[in-house]
Design a protein around this ligand. Structure first.
Ligand SMILES: NC(=O)c1ccc[n+]([C@@H]2O[C@H](COP(=O)([O-])OP(=O)(O)OC[C@H]3O[C@@H](n4cnc5c(N)ncnc54)[C@H](O)[C@@H]3O)[C@@H](O)[C@H]2O)c1
Length: 336
């Protein structure tokens, strides 16, 4: 029986992964989450009490707890992280604590308990930035060149995972994926934030000239990629996962405004993020060739579903916007 310790399962991608696994595989899940501002058990209400799912509130930096949980599982899928680039500019220390030290605690316990597979969920941001029109894409051979405290902490965690493989023989796999979108995404991220603001005729804050490009990956496609890598991926290998959907911030804003029947005048250009990477794009040919994965959901389908989900779940979004997010917003934008 496959029993997976999912870390950070109450966050955006972790929660989607748990729903996806419980629907598409017979695996059991043990979800370890600290419930930081980004963790939300509302995301998992539908699976609470199920025979294949258990939740433990705790910190991945807590060695004895992690070691104890590791004895009960066969695999690890590691999502838990501080994940928001803007927050890493304001408060870098917690990014190092969770993303670097927390990952090391997990790796230590996984090695000790001879876990069958440690799957590490990483990001394309570790590779740095591409030019807007150079046509290049990141792949598994791209050298690391992170620019933000977030991407630097993720890069450090990637190196630690490989070091535990090389030094202690830990069987690992890694995925470096592009920008996910879909249900349950915390509304500080561009798509849910723009939907919430557009709905209320509030400005959609666009960094700099709005031309920074990200490759959008529908979260269910990402979940399927992780499952395939665990099942069929070669140990000690990395797979780049992308959505074939390069969009800039203006295009995202336009799509959302059009879908909600709102005016383009809501687009508001604000001071650029320091160290803002210009473009990310992923060449996913390795996982396509070796494991037969490719993104199934087009951007048009995915964005329509995501907008619909956010509108249908506005109480969920507003709960967050009226609580923790306000403190952060005040700090960043000076009390608006
Ligand atoms: N969202 C994206 O577009 C994206 C893209 C590439 C990679 N990733 C990676 O995927 C993973 C998940 O991203 P997400 O967007 O779901 O993040 P998220 O911020 O929505 O969720 C993170 C979860 O981790 C939990 N957590 C944080 N610190 C913890 C700790 N010390 N101990 C236990 N739990 C803790 C939080 O409570 C939360 O539930 C991250 O590792 C991130 O770097 C995300």
């Amino acid at each position: 029986m496959t029993k997976i310790l999912v870390t950070g399962g109450a966050g955006f991608i972790g929660a989607n992964f748990i729903h996806w696994v419980l629907k598409n595989r017979d695996w059991e899940i043990l979800n370890l989450d600290k419930l930081t501002y980004a963790g939300n058990l509302e995301n998992l209400k539908a699976v609470e009490g199920g025979s294949r799912y258990e939740f433990i509130q705790g910190d991945i930096c807590d060695g004895p707890l992690v070691n104890d949980l590791m004895r009960k599982v066969t695999h690890v899928v590691h999502f838990a992280a501080e994940s928001h680039v803007d927050r890493s500019v304001l408060e870098p220390a917690v990014f190092v604590e969770t993303n670097v030290l927390g990952t090391q605690v997990l790796l230590q316990a996984a090695s000790k308990n001879k876990i069958k597979r440690f799957h590490h969920v990483s990001t394309d941001e570790v590779f740095g930035a591409l030019e807007l029109s150079d046509g290049k894409k990141f792949n598994e051979e791209t050298p690391y060149n992170p620019h933000s405290p977030y991407s630097a902490s993720k890069a450090s965690s990637d190196h630690l995972v490989r070091a535990y493989g090389d030094t202690f023989g830990l069987e690992y796999t890694m995925t470096n994926c592009s920008n996910n979108y879909g249900p349950y995404q915390f509304p500080e991220k561009i798509i849910p934030l723009f939907v919430a603001n557009a709905r209320e005729n509030k400005p959609l804050p666009i960094y700099g000239d709005g031309k920074a490009v990200r490759d959008y990956l529908y979260v269910d496609d990402h979940c399927e990629a992780i499952a395939l890598v665990i099942e069929k991926g070669k140990p000690q290998e990395t797979y780049c996962v992308g959505g074939d959907s390069e969009k800039n911030s203006i295009e995202i804003a336009e799509t959302i405004l059009e879908a909600l029947g709102k005016t383009r005048n809501l687009m508001t250009f604000v001071k650029d993020r320091p160290g803002h990477d210009r473009r990310y794009a992923i060449d996913h040919s390795k996982i396509t060739k070796e494991l037969g994965w490719k993104p199934r959901v087009t951007f048009e389908e995915g964005i329509a579903k995501t907008i619909r989900w956010n509108i249908d779940n506005m109480a969920w979004v507003e709960n967050i916007l009226n609580g923790e997010y306000q403190k952060y917003y005040k700090k960043q934008y000076g009390g608006k």
